[in-house]
Design a protein around this ligand. Structure first.
Ligand code: SF4
Ligand code: SF4
Length: 442
């Protein structure tokens, strides 16, 4: 009974959200899926149309509705251009939640989200074993930037992909991380003691730990006192994107409980997707009547992407011109630019490094095609969208591609590696900015 009442509440909320769509079609031109397929059903208007009379659709046609919703990068481009302020991401997340409530989730997804991702101890153990065993399924590529390719043609989710390997030691197990955990002495070399909770994020922790290490060093050098959670859990976006609110709630509550153990003035992350999830998706998808809502809102209000925090007006623009500066191009992650409106700050941080020359690519904010789980479940479509991004990168003649999202880094590194571009590396903006130390802050 409780489940039915909740379902009715969700359906009525969703119907209110979808009624804002005036079917104008402005979202068509920006949808990367529509660009590939040219089909009405693939961009926001078509997806929202299938939700008209949600309950009838869910009951009579749930498989087709889910398929249509799954064929989406959740990039938010449609929402950015909508003249009627239709909250498409909220609509898609909510519709997935209704479908998962009504139809149930596959046992594999349930297990992955609830028993692995929502339990940091289990997730960390699984991935430590994975990092030891990865040599059995992945082989080194001659191509930069350090990616691996599957040894066998049929390699499940890795099929056809080149990927960066799992780190041997994730960030949370490194010495730097240990010194920043609650209850241990926190080194304070700063002139300002603003405490910044560095939210590492799963991909940075387990694949790119050097980005976390560099971020922490830069935060200290810029006058913050970084701290990290003793036992960080996934931000919840994979579960939310699949409609598994039980797992999403478990993950958020775990992180809130950890956050309540320490004082921090700002929450900062080097993952654009974690920044979007905590700042926007947590409050957007949480029941306002729930007792934890206020805490969520408070955390969201003090959350920032690291480039947003450090690349504001205080960063001095490069003053020295360097003839030998390396050409660098920047890719705007969808979650950073379209959902958080941050685009100038990462560029300011790149420009702060006198050894870098920023060369803009065509459509730097076009989606790279990764879209989290989309890159795994829709491999061919992801590769087709990625092909335009690759061409835009190559056209700039840059030797470095910088971005601020580890998922985009994985996609771009894979595209470059598969196409055999050994001379172009992929990095996080903070790694370029770190090389500009000592920081010239006005
Ligand atoms: S732009 Fe907005 S109102 Fe127009 S069709 Fe797309 S979602 Fe609907
Ligand atoms: S979120 Fe992105 S992929 Fe999905 S409908 Fe909107 S523009 Fe298309």
């Amino acid at each position: 009974m409780k489940k039915l009442t909740e379902l009715a509440r969700l359906v009525s909320q969703l119907e209110e959200l979808t009624s804002a769509c005036k079917k104008c079609g402005a979202c068509q031109s920006v949808c990367p899926i529509f660009e590939q397929t040219g089909m009405e059903k693939d961009f926001a208007r078509g997806k929202i149309a299938v939700l008209d009379g949600v309950m009838e659709q869910v009951v009579s046609n749930s498989g087709a509705v889910l398929q249509r919703l799954d064929n989406c990068l959740l990039c938010g481009s449609c929402q950015t251009v909508c003249p009627n302020r239709v909250e498409s991401l909220r609509i898609f997340f909510s519709a997935k939640k209704i479908l998962a409530n009504y139809k149930g989730l596959s046992p594999a997804k349930k297990f992955l989200f609830r028993q692995i991702l929502a339990k940091p101890y289990v997730f960390n153990s699984v991935l430590s074993i994975g990092s030891l065993m990865q040599g059995l399924v992945l082989k080194k590529q001659g191509a930069a930037p350090g990616t691996r390719a599957p040894r066998f043609p049929a390699s499940l989710i890795l099929e056809g992909r080149h990927v960066p390997p799992l780190a041997q030691v994730p960030f949370h197990k490194q010495k730097t991380a240990e010194s920043l955990k609650i209850g241990l002495p926190v080194e304070n070399s700063s002139r300002d003691t603003k405490r910044a909770l560095f939210f590492t994020g799963c991909l940075i922790d387990k694949i790119f730990p050097d980005i976390a290490k560099t971020s922490v060093e830069v935060l200290k050098a810029r006058g913050f006192t970084p701290v990290i959670l003793e036992d960080e859990c996934c931000c919840g976006i994979p579960a939310l994107s699949s409609g598994d609110h039980e797992a999403f709630t478990q993950m958020v509550r775990h992180n809130l409980a950890q956050m309540s153990k320490l004082r921090f003035d700002i929450l900062v992350t080097a993952c654009a997707t974690c920044a979007f999830t905590i700042k926007k998706a947590w409050p957007m998808m949480w029941d306002k009547a729930d007792s934890d809502y206020e805490k969520i809102e408070a955390v969201a209000n003090k959350t920032a992407d690291i480039t947003q925090l450090l690349g504001g007006p205080l960063v001095n623009k490069k003053t020295v011109s360097n003839q030998n500066a390396v050409p660098v191009t920047y890719h705007d992650p969808c979650h950073l630019k379209k959902s958080l409106g941050v685009s100038e700050e990462p560029r300011a941080l790149i420009n702060a490094n006198p050894d870098c020359r920023l060369v803009e690519m065509a459509a730097p904010d076009a989606c790279c095609g990764m879209g989290g789980g989309f890159g795994v479940t829709h491999l061919q479509m992801s590769a087709a969208i990625g092909a335009s991004k690759l061409q835009s990168i190559l056209d700039t003649g840059s030797k470095i591609v910088a971005t601020t999202c580890p998922a985009c880094m994985i996609q771009i590194a894979g595209l470059l590696s598969k196409a055999g571009h050994k001379d172009i590396s992929v990095c996080h903006v903070i790694e370029l900015y770190a090389k500009a130390a000592p920081f010239d802050v006005v």
